[in-house]
Design a protein around this ligand. Structure first.
Ligand code: NAD
Ligand code: ZN
Length: 364
């Protein structure tokens, strides 16, 4: 069992990582369950796979369960309206906590609902995908999608507690697990060469369900994210922007695929990180053997490592056009996360988009 505090100025909350924690949720969540009641919001897949464990653990309490459709389309205005109406009907008060049991879709939606319900009620995250455990459940970014794009409507609203039980990953499809792994290896690539080496040596075991490898990867990832978020809660100093390694290239690939299941977010990030490293190498910033090494690692575990393996054939200009629509574009320039080597990523605001387009065309 490991507890990682996320410290934000005068506030902090704990992320608890423990195999089997879901079965002890009655005790572990007790501080946040008021009035003998638990309001749980989840999706259909998670409800069938894991809800019985949580219900058993909360026996004796009145359990209100809201089960939503799985998938990105659930992060919508329509769902926020329906969910907040329902929470009001259930008389959820500002001092109450609701429980988000699910992947990043449920966490983002419930977090945003909690941010605006009665000007902010509490919420607890029980993330059930690897991506949500290592990334979206920690840090307080909540959002829904709108016609103009993904995650454009949202709020910073920190959970009061994050309960991570790696054993819930037993029921997660392998493809989702591998996509989440891209965000794990990202932390090594940003600032931790030793963890990158651990990832290379242990990725296969992790993806095969090895409990120790899984728990270690989650702990290292959460600690890395907690440190960055603690320094830069609202992405103002630039430090938090490092978490976007692979995301500008990846966003272009996702956009080309229409943000569909044809290319999962983590898969796009995997290809995007390899592109960022090869682009860095092409500019002489990073040793080319580091870019090759990363490319081979992603290839070995079956993750996309370039546009073609992500199923994208668009031109460099078309991909750059997608990047320019990304929310990370500030004052007409794109901040790229580039690398001086594995474990040495940095924010570069001097990249000419024409160079990026030429690089992408050169890869085709
Ligand atoms: P997801 O929530 O859609 O989950 C993926 C699939 O796995 C779904 O079909 C879900 O029903 C199923 N599932 C979840 N847990 C399961 C389990 N234990 N067993 C069986 N099936 C299970 O996707 P995700 O990858 O977790 O999250 C993606 C979302 O996260 C995106 O909307 C993205 O924008 C958001 N995100 C947010 C942040 C943030 O900081 N807030 C960071 C990264 C991503
Ligand atoms: Zn991501």
């Amino acid at each position: 069992m490991t507890i990682i505090p996320v410290s934000l100025g005068d506030r902090s909350y704990d992320v608890r990582i423990e195999n089997g924690a879901l079965d002890r949720a009655g005790d572990l969540l007790a501080p946040w369950l008021s009035r003998g009641r638990a309001v749980i919001i989840t999706d259909q897949n998670v409800a069938s796979a894991q809800m019985s464990r949580l219900s058993a653990a909360l026996a004796g309490l009145t359990i209100e369960t809201v089960i939503l459709e799985p998938g990105e389309a659930t992060k919508s205005w329509a769902q926020i309206e329906a969910l907040t109406d329902l929470l009001l009907t259930l008389e959820v008060e500002r001092g109450d906590h609701v429980i988000a049991l699910g992947g990043g879709v449920i966490g983002d939606l419930v977090g945003f609902a909690a941010a605006i319900l009665k000007r902010g009620c509490g919420f607890v995250q029980i993330p059930t995908t690897l991506l949500a455990q290592v990334d979206s459940s920690v840090g307080g970014k909540t959002a829904i999608n709108s016609k103009a794009g993904k995650n454009l409507i949202g709020a910073f609203h920190q959970p009061s507690f994050v309960l991570i039980d790696p054993t819930v990953l037993d029921t997660l499809p392998r493809r989702q697990l591998a996509a989440g792994y891209a965000e794990v290896v990202k932390y090594g690539l940003i600032a931790d060469f030793a963890f990158y080496e651990w990832c290379e040596a242990n990725a296969a075991a992790l993806l095969a369900g090895d409990p120790e490898a899984r728990a270690y990867a989650i702990e290292k990832s959460v600690a890395a994210k907690a440190a960055i978020v603690g320094e830069d809660e609202r992405e103002t100093s630039g430090r938090r922007a490092l978490l976007n390694l692979g995301h500008t290239f990846g966003h272009a690939l996702e956009a080309d695929k229409g943000f569909s299941d044809a290319l999962l977010h983590g898969e796009a990030v995997a290809a995007g990180m390899a592109l960022a490293f090869r682009f860095s190498a092409s500019r002489g910033l990073c040793p080319s053997q580091d870019a090759v090494r990363l490319t081979h690692h992603l290839q070995a575990i079956g993750l996309p490592h370039d546009a073609a393996s992500a199923g994208v054939t668009a031109s460099g200009a078309a991909l750059v056009a997608h990047m320019m629509h990304d929310k990370k574009m500030a004052a007409g320039t794109l901040a790229f996360i580039l690398a001086r080597g594995i474990g040495q990523s940095y924010v570069d605001k001097s990249v000419a988009l024409a160079d990026v387009a030429a690089f992408l065309d050169g890869e085709r």
